[in-house]
Write a protein that binds this ligand. Structure first.
Ligand SMILES: NC(=O)c1ccc[n+]([C@@H]2O[C@H](COP(=O)([O-])OP(=O)(O)OC[C@H]3O[C@@H](n4cnc5c(N)ncnc54)[C@H](OP(=O)(O)O)[C@@H]3O)[C@@H](O)[C@H]2O)c1
Length: 325
C-alpha cells in the first residue's frame, strides 16, 4: 500500500510517499481502507517534532480519517467489513490502510461524503465537547465566541446555534465578521475596534453572556469574563494570540461563575464513548443538511506536501483533505 511518510523531523517538505507492507488487525482492531484523510495545523508541527504528540519515525501525518472497514481482528464485535466509518486517530491517517481500535470507529451515514466525514472530528468534535459536555449550553442562552472566524470558532458558531443558543461572534475585522454572520451568528463584535466588555453587555441588555468560548486568550479573556452573566461559564479553548492570560479570581467569585478547561484530544482518549455519541450527532446534523462543513481543497495523497503547505503558510480558511480513492 501507499503511505505518506515522515522519515525525519524536517517539516512537511521532507514528506515522501512510498510503498509499505499492508497492516494486520490485532485483537480488538480493524483495518480501514482510507478514502479521505484531513489535515490540521498540528500536522505542520508534528512533522517538525514540535507537537505534544511525538510518534516514532517513520510515521504518517493526518489525525482524522474516513473510509471503509476492510478486515476485522479477533474479538471484534459490532463492526463488519464494508462498513463506512470515520475516526480521530491523532496521527497515521495519510496512508491507504490504517489499523484502528474498533471502539474508536464512528459510523458514517451513506449520504455523507468521505472528505466531509474525515474533516469534522477536530473542529466540530471540539465545539460539541466544549459547548455541550463542558459548557452545558442550554437553548436560549447567549454564547460569545472569541476568534469566531477561525477553524475552531466557525465550528463553535454552528454547533452553538444547533444547541439553540444565541451567538455573539467576536473577531478582528469586518471581513471576518461577515464570515461569522454567514455561518449564523446573531450578533457580531469587532473586538479590536470597540470595548469588548461593554459591547457584550450592551448586546445582552446589561445582563451579560451565559457562556464565553475563548479560542484566542491574550488581551480578550479578561474583558469577556467581566461581561459574564451571573453563574456564567468561561470556556478555555485556545491561545491563538500567544499570551496566556492571568485572571483575577475575584471576577469569578463575584459572578458565581465557572472557568472551565476544554481539552478535546484528552477527552477523546479518556471517554471514547462520549466522543462517539458526539460525532454520531455531528454526522447526523451533516446528513440532515443542518451542518455543511467547508472543504477548501482536496489533494491526492501524492500531493501531501502541497496540501500541508497551505496550512503551513496559514492560508487555510476551510478544511484541507487528502483523497485516496
Ligand atoms: N482545547 C482544544 O481541545 C482545542 C481544539 C482545537 C483547537 N484548539 C486551539 O484553539 C485555538 C484556535 O484554533 P483554530 O484552529 O481556530 O485557529 P485559527 O483558525 O488559526 O484561528 C485562530 C483565530 O485567533 C485569532 N487570533 C488572535 N490573535 C492571533 C494571533 N496572534 N495569531 C493568529 N490568530 C490570532 C484570529 O482571529 P482574529 O484576527 O479575528 O482575532 C484567528 O481567526 C488554537 O490555539 C488551537 O490550538 C484547542
Amino acid at each position: 500500500m501507499k503511505a505518506a511518510l515522515c522519515k525525519s523531523l524536517d517539516g512537511p517538505e521532507a514528506l515522501v510517499v512510498e510503498e509499505i507492507a499492508d497492516p494486520e488487525a490485532g485483537p480488538g482492531e480493524v483495518v480501514v481502507r482510507v478514502h479521505a484523510a484531513a489535515l490540521n495545523f498540528f500536522d505542520t508541527l508534528i512533522t517538525r517534532g514540535k507537537y505534544q504528540t511525538k510518534p516514532a519515525l517513520p510515521f504518517s501525518p493526518s489525525g482524522e480519517i474516513a473510509g471503509v472497514v476492510e478486515r476485522v481482528g479477533p474479538g471484534v464485535t459490532g463492526v463488519v467489513a464494508g462498513e463506512r466509518v470515520a475516526a480521530a486517530v491523532s496521527y497515521g491517517g495519510a496512508r491507504e490502510k490504517i489499523v484502528i481500535a474498533a471502539e474508536s470507529l464512528i459510523p458514517v451515514p451513506a449520504s455523507v461524503s468521505f472528505p466531509v466525514a474525515s474533516a469534522v472530528s477536530v473542529t466540530f468534535g471540539t465545539a460539541i465537547h466544549g459547548l455541550k459536555d463542558r459548557g452545558r449550553v442550554k437553548p436560549g442562552e447567549t454564547v460569545a465566541i472569541l476568534g469566531a472566524s477561525g477553524g475552531a470558532g466557525q465550528a463553535a458558531i454552528e454547533v452553538a446555534k444547533l444547541l439553540g443558543a444565541r451567538v455573539i461572534a467576536a473577531a478582528s475585522s469586518d471581513d471576518k465578521l461577515e464570515i461569522c454572520k454567514a455561518l449564523g451568528a446573531d450578533d457580531v463584535v469587532n473586538y479590536d475596534a470597540v470595548d469588548l466588555k461593554q459591547a457584550l453587555k450592551d448586546l445582552t441588555g446589561g445582563r451579560g453572556v451565559d457562556v464565553v468560548y475563548d479560542c484566542v486568550g491574550g488581551k480578550y479573556a479578561e474583558p469577556a469574563i467581566r461581561a459574564l452573566a451571573w453563574q456564567g461559564r468561561f470556556l478555555v479553548v485556545g491561545f491563538a494570540a500567544g499570551d496566556i492570560p492571568k485572571i483575577p479570581l475575584n471576577l469569578l467569585m463575584l459572578k458565581g461563575a465557572d472557568a472551565i478547561g476544554v481539552f478535546w484530544g484528552e477527552a477523546v482518549r479518556r471517554h471514547p464513548e462520549r466522543h462517539r455519541a458526539n460525532m454520531i450527532e455531528v454526522l447526523r446534523w451533516v446528513a440532515e443538511g443542518k451542518l455543511d462543513p467547508r472543504i477548501q481543497a482536496t489533494y491526492p495523497l501524492e500531493k501531501i506536501r502541497e496540501a500541508i503547505g497551505i496550512l503551513d503558510r496559514r492560508e487555510a480558511v476551510g478544511k484541507i483533505v487528502l483523497t485516496l480513492d
